[in-house]
Design a protein around this ligand. Structure first.
Ligand code: ATP
Ligand code: MG
Length: 388
């Protein structure tokens, strides 16, 4: 049986003139996502992307699972390809969907016909196939409203396709179609979810991790790389920028009052992130911040944190409950890694009583004890890059 995967596109269908470049980007992303799974021909026609295996070595089950994670696809169907004749379509439906038809009690047939030269109308073809299937599977009742199985017949330009409906895709927009952003990846639960959400809106990501060796261990760093590696399933290839952060944290501890440690540390993160963003053509900084979750995530603290960078700071989790974030973390399979118990640089230097409503002028006054520029430069010079 000639098996193929049909992908329906989401919002990008609406995008008028951009549509062609969106489609091309999506096809490139799909190619990259399934390149290890066999040889395929991937092409678009009439608003559908076809993923056609070129030989029997293609792993269609794994390919189908992988494609469910690609942003920009709204639904996926596995279909059988056949010649555009009523008999071929009927035989294909009988054999390709035999298991489903045997297991169901009720069914209907739906036909889409973009090849208008086909000798039957959509309704006529549905009726013909429906009648013949009913003869072949007499236990099946026809049910136009809530059938257990809907046999879908698509008569397109090159061939006909038969399947039993699609499953939901990942939705969103193709990664890269909205430009690039840096994402601050900590190893906690929140930041991988924030990264996923913004990749879903079409951003290509550069993850940044601030690493405070030996206060945080090699294992903590590896955990972040492992998280990034899970994220590549959705975001495409990722290279994590590892920023040495120990000296900055030690300087803050030596020279600033304890209640300002977190906010000043976070301001350094933003400055360095902005520099990495500028070097890589990134137009925004993504964090996993969530209003009210911890002392540094009050409106005042966030305002003081972002005052030292000019790029927009995107906080997709800002209004979510922890429960909702955890549900999403489980769905994208980052949760179990995130809860591994390694220290993060934020927790190592947590003040006992942080300032929850810092004033920017106070923060700047406290910060003036530090050589901000030299510390920032030194950290940037020490960046290492690790492929996830
Ligand atoms: P998370 O669950 O993502 O660790 P959190 O609830 O622990 O977040 P914070 O520690 O205040 O909250 O961190 C807020 C955000 O700052 C994180 O979501 C992440 O985007 C960024 N961040 C914190 N620590 C680091 C780090 N060591 N490296 C990179 N980014 C960090
Ligand atoms: Mg954290």
């Amino acid at each position: 049986m000639n098996d193929i995967i049909l992908l329906k596109l989401g919002e990008l269908v609406l995008k008028g003139l951009n549509r062609r470049s969106f489609e091309q980007r999506l096809i490139a992303n799909i190619n990259r996502r399934i390149e290890g799974l066999g040889k395929f021909r991937i092409y678009s026609a009439q608003s559908i992307i076809y993923v056609e295996p070129l030989d029997s070595s293609c792993d269609m089950d794994e390919t189908f699972e992988a494609l469910k994670q690609v942003f920009g696809i709204i639904s996926l169907s596995r279909a059988a390809v056949c010649e555009k004749s009523t008999e071929a379509i009927l035989q294909t439906a009988k054999t390709y969907l035999a298991d489903e038809l045997n297991a169901a009690y009720s069914f209907k047939v739906e036909t889409k016909r973009s090849d208008k030269s086909f000798p039957m109308t959509s309704i006529e073809l549905s009726q013909y196939i429906g009648g013949a299937l009913h003869e072949a599977f007499p236990h099946l009742a026809a049910d136009m409203h809530e059938p257990e199985i809907t046999v879908q017949v698509e008569v397109r330009d090159s061939s006909a396709y038969v399947h039993a409906g699609g499953v939901r895709g990942a939705g969103g927009l193709p990664v890269g179609s909205g430009g690039r952003a840096v994402t601050l990846l900590s190893g906690g639960i929140d930041s991988p979810v924030a990264s996923y959400m913004m990749a879903k809106r079409g951003l290509r990501l550069i993850p940044i991790h601030f690493f405070s060796f030996p206060y945080t261990s090699e294992l903590a760093k590896q955990k972040v790389i492992d998280l990034a590696s899970v994220l590549t399933n959705y975001c495409g290839k990722l290279t994590v920028e590892i920023v040495p952060f120990t000296r900055i944290q030690e300087e803050i501890r030596a020279k600033c009052p304890e209640q300002y440690f977190t906010i000043i540390m976070r301001r350094f993160m933003m400055r360095i992130s902005q520099i990495i963003a500028d070097m890589n053509g990134c137009k925004a900084i993504i964090t996993g911040e969530n209003l009210g979750q911890v002392a540094s995530q009050t409106m005042e603290a966030m305002a003081a944190t972002e005052a030292c960078c000019s790029l927009p700071v995107l906080r997709p989790l800002i209004g979510m409950d922890k429960e909702e974030i955890i549900t999403l973390a489980r769905k994208i399979v980052t949760y179990d890694l995130s809860i591994l118990p390694y220290e993060d640089c934020c927790t190592v230097f947590t003040p006992r009583r942080p300032r929850t409503k810092p004033r920017l002028d106070e923060v700047e006054a406290v910060e003036s004890a530090l050589d901000v520029e030299a510390l920032t430069k030194e950290a940037v010079a020490g960046i290492t890059r690790v492929k996830a």
